[in-house]
Design a protein around this ligand. Structure first.
Ligand code: SAM
Ligand code: GLN
Length: 286
């Protein structure tokens, strides 16, 4: 068989199954099998595929048809300007989360020194912490997660990206393993409400770790805890930045207001125009 025939056939099967990006998925899986770039398919669509490659591709295709995310099949996902290793102990980093990185970088530029201390709570694959470490070479990052398997993955990613010397990884729940003060605290906490969780696409619900997504009846459990406890770990005027679900902005804004510990509360939309990041500054204590 030729590359173009396999791609056409698989893209059609994925489309019939109802997948969002059938052609792209087929190309990523085939390039993964062949160890080539997707661009090579455009250059040489009539490239023949041997039997062995075809058999391994068919196995990956079957996994995709059972809705396993492409990133778990290939064990990798692009985030920011690099590729991260992922597995089913970590959430697959979403492009939306790059908006949180952008906002954190804006805040960093307003600070006097480049020797910034940043805490990333619930680091998962390490996506946010590693993007910030990469962009601000003098920053010191602390990245936590309750999941030891997630932390091991984040640590591995830090090593592959040559960023390990900038990032300290600590296991534990929320602020429990942290004994320090930071200029900036960031988090993309679990924010899916119980009722919404049941309605998530199969590819998310059956494959991604529930502890990375579920956040109680209203999806606000982690916001309440983080917003209440963060001032105890922020320097004077330090910033807290949180990724939020598209419908949660107002309620989370109210939680910030009600705590009385913050000022300059604002929301940033993502590139789809949906509220995605909320940030606020710790009220200075005299
Ligand atoms: N920061 C990564 C990202 O943006 O791709 C992962 C975000 S994922 C939505 C939430 C992460 O929080 C998961 O890695 C999960 O293991 C972690 N987590 C869940 N409960 C936690 C807790 N009580 N304390 C610390 N981390 C927790
Ligand atoms: N954006 C993720 C989703 O919709 C949720 C991430 C989170 O809970 N922080 O599946």
């Amino acid at each position: 068989m030729l590359v173009r025939d396999i791609l056409n056939e698989s893209a059609l099967d994925f489309a019939l199954a109802g997948m969002d990006s059938p052609r792209l998925d087929a190309e990523i899986l085939l390039s993964f099998c062949l160890g080539c770039e997707r661009l090579d398919f455009f250059k040489n669509p009539a490239m023949p595929i041997n039997e062995e490659t075809l058999v391994s591709f068919q196995k990956l295709k079957a996994r995709r048809l059972a809705w396993e995310p492409v990133a778990y099949i290939t064990s990798q996902k692009e985030f920011w300007s690099f590729t991260l290793e992922v597995n089913n102990s970590v959430l697959i980093p979403r492009p939306d989360t790059e908006v949180l990185v952008e906002e954190a970088l804006k805040v960093c530029r307003q600070l006097d020194s480049a020797e910034i201390k940043i805490l990333d709570i619930g680091t998962g694959s390490g996506a946010i912490a590693l993007a910030l470490a990469y962009e601000i070479p003098l920053a010191r990052l602390t990245a936590t997660d309750v999941s030891a398997a997630a932390l091991a993955t984040a640590c591995k990613n830090a090593e592959s990206l040559d960023l390990a010397s900038q990032v300290e990884f600590l296991q534990g729940s929320l602020f429990e393993p942290v004994d320090d003060f930071f200029d900036i605290i960031v988090a993309n906490p679990p924010y899916i409400a119980d009722e919404e969780y049941d309605k998530l696409p199969v590819g998310v619900k059956d494959y991604e770790p529930p502890e990375a997504l579920r956040a109680g009846v209203e999806g606000l459990d982690f916001y309440r805890k983080i917003i209440a406890a963060a001032p105890g770990h922020l320097k004077n005027n330090g910033w807290l930045l949180l990724e939020i679900g598209a419908t949660q902005g107002r309620r989370i804004g109210d939680i910030f207001e009600a705590s009385g510990q913050y000022r300059d509360i604002s929301i940033r939309n993502d590139y789809a125009g949906l509220p995605r990041v909320i940030k606020a500054r710790r009220e200075s204590s005299g």
